[in-house]
Design a protein around this ligand. Sequence first.
Ligand code: HEC
Ligand code: HEC
Ligand code: HEC
Ligand code: HEC
Ligand code: HEC
Length: 298
Amino acid sequence: MIRYDRVTCLVTLAWLSFSGVLAQEKTATIANPLGVTANDCKACHSSHYQEWERSYHAKTMVAMHAGFKRYITTQEQAKGRALNRNELMGCVGCHAPAMRFSSDEDFARLAQLVKTDQREALAGLSVDCVACHALSASGHPEVKPPEGIDKQVYYGTIKNPVNPGHGAQYASQMEKSEFCKSCHTYVTPADMKVSADWDIVCSLTFDAWAAGPYGPKAAKADMRECQSCHMEKKDGKAAEIDGVPTRKVSSHLFPGWHDAAALRGATEIALATKAGAGGDTELIVTINNKAGHRLPDT
Ligand code: HEC
Ligand code: HEC
Ligand code: HEC
Ligand code: HEC
Ligand code: HEC
């Protein structure tokens, strides 16, 4: 009897530790390979952090989940094998730019986490402060920044920053639409097309802007960069620490189509009636798109 109990007990223990391993695997995240993330900016840049946290740039991995999962599963079916690093980079290059520096094992795990709906595990790989200010803005997103916040250089639009405690470099390109172009223009490469009836359509906003009434084809006085509409300027502190002067700071909320209020403000709908031939009344609907690029984008 005693022996039987001990066996049961051992089996239970073994089962517990086995499911413990499973649970651990289920919740494992992929560490950000840059070591430094938005969390490291929070203490000094709290208002930028709070705005960014609410923006869709903080959700680029979570919000794409359903489409990414569908992409991976249909591609795997079509190819009869797992997707490799390059194929997955075709998506995360914009949605999780730091993954460029991740190991092949992390890429295999990425596909697994997406297929098992563990979206929160990937949230920390979004388009964060470091992705924009150290990778995209440097003009060389393929070069891995040195480890440690004090050794990294953050490009920005302040000409004379006060004691940042990290490298800071004025970068005029950050005031221009070209800066957003690297991620906001996307055409599915031919070898990545999944099937004739389904395609990934991400963002062609840059192209629509460039061809529209505020792009480079406009008269100089009419031209407006993405930042002038999407990163509104107001008086504030670029860092909430002593000795930092009040400056013009840029909103990091990046409102878009997920923001119903902003979207309502983006269009004006005017209704008018006109007497038509034979006593009919014609209804004339005029929609004025104030964005200057396609809405919705896709
Ligand atoms: C060149 C950069 C780029 C690449 C590469 C890219 N995306 Fe995107 N993706 C974007 C941008 C920018 C948006 C936001 C578009 C908008 O809001 O107008 C987006 C939006 C999305 C959305 C909609 C998210 C939502 O909030 O509903 C999905 C899904 C998506 N992408 C999946 C993918 C998949 C899958 C791949 C790989 C096949 C991919 N993307 C490759 C830039 C990219
Ligand atoms: C110990 C406090 C501190 C931390 C932590 C910190 N910063 Fe800063 N940062 C500053 C200060 C101070 C300035 C200068 C502000 C000014 O002069 O108005 C600054 C300026 C900047 C600028 C503007 C540079 C320019 O020349 O335009 C950027 C971009 C920036 N920081 C990004 C970051 C990022 C990204 C992180 C996190 C990875 C971070 N900072 C973490 C204190 C900090
Ligand atoms: C999508 C890219 C992007 C992300 C993500 C981003 N920034 Fe910025 N940031 C910019 C751009 C572009 C500017 C310059 C805008 C301008 O001057 O018109 C800027 C400006 C700044 C400045 C200079 C002062 C100002 O407000 O103009 C600071 C400081 C800064 N960002 C910190 C941060 C921090 C901290 C985070 C993360 C919490 C962050 N940024 C996330 C693109 C980004
Ligand atoms: C004249 C102002 C203006 C300019 C310039 C502008 N936008 Fe927009 N954009 C808007 C408005 C307004 C909306 C829709 C409502 C909102 O959310 O603010 C919008 C929406 C968006 C969206 C969400 C679109 C969707 O439906 O999927 C993205 C992404 C975007 N803009 C990116 C850009 C980029 C990148 C540039 C520069 C290449 C740019 N915008 C230039 C005003 C502008
Ligand atoms: C490193 C890549 C990257 C850069 C650089 C970048 N974006 Fe984005 N942006 C994205 C992705 C990915 C999304 C899609 C978020 C999602 O999944 O819905 C996005 C979403 C947006 C949205 C849509 C928010 C919504 O509610 O749908 C706006 C607006 C936007 N970006 C504006 C800009 C502007 C303006 C710039 C330049 C100052 C810029 N972005 C630079 C990758 C980038």
